[in-house]
Design a protein around this ligand. Structure first.
Ligand SMILES: [Cu+2]
Length: 142
């Protein structure tokens, strides 16, 4: 009898935090989406995690992405990357000059990125690796 009572007590303590944590878990599952972009020669790919690409308008945002070689599915560690882009339909570029920070293990972070109006945006990933330029393009609606 004593044992059963003890177990019940533990259950109520444990179930309470789980109950509060649950909405967060389900929210994460629905918003997490992988976006894969291929280079024109299909040698490289960029993997964007939708939860790590902030698209808020009129403020500086950060994006995180992973760079991989297509053939070996291997992360590309030492790439020199520049970010370009804009709104082709409006004929203007990005309103800021983003920088790319190498986080290691093929993961890179874009800082200083800004979108100053709604519409169709394009982000160009210019990747210098093994003496060649690889261009990857990602377009989206804001
Ligand atoms: Cu515009």
């Amino acid at each position: 009898m004593k044992l059963i009572f003890k177990h019940l007590k533990i259950l109520t303590y444990v179930s309470l935090p789980l109950f509060f944590a649950q909405p967060n878990f389900s929210q994460k599952n629905t918003t997490n989406e992988e976006i894969v972009i291929l280079s024109k020669n299909e040698e490289y790919k960029i993997i964007l995690d939708s939860s790590k690409i902030d698209k808020k308008i009129n403020q500086f945002v950060e994006w995180q992405f992973k760079l991989e070689r297509m053939d070996k599915e291997k992360p590309v560690v030492g790439a020199s990357i520049k970010i370009d882009g804009g709104m082709p339909s409006h004929g203007h570029g990005l309103p800021s000059t983003p920088k790319v920070v190498n986080l290691g293990k093929g993961i890179y972070k874009i800082t200083g990125l800004k979108f100053n109006m709604p519409g169709s945006w394009t982000i160009n990933f210019l990747i210098f690796i093994d003496g060649r330029l690889q261009s990857l393009e990602y377009s989206f609606e804001l």
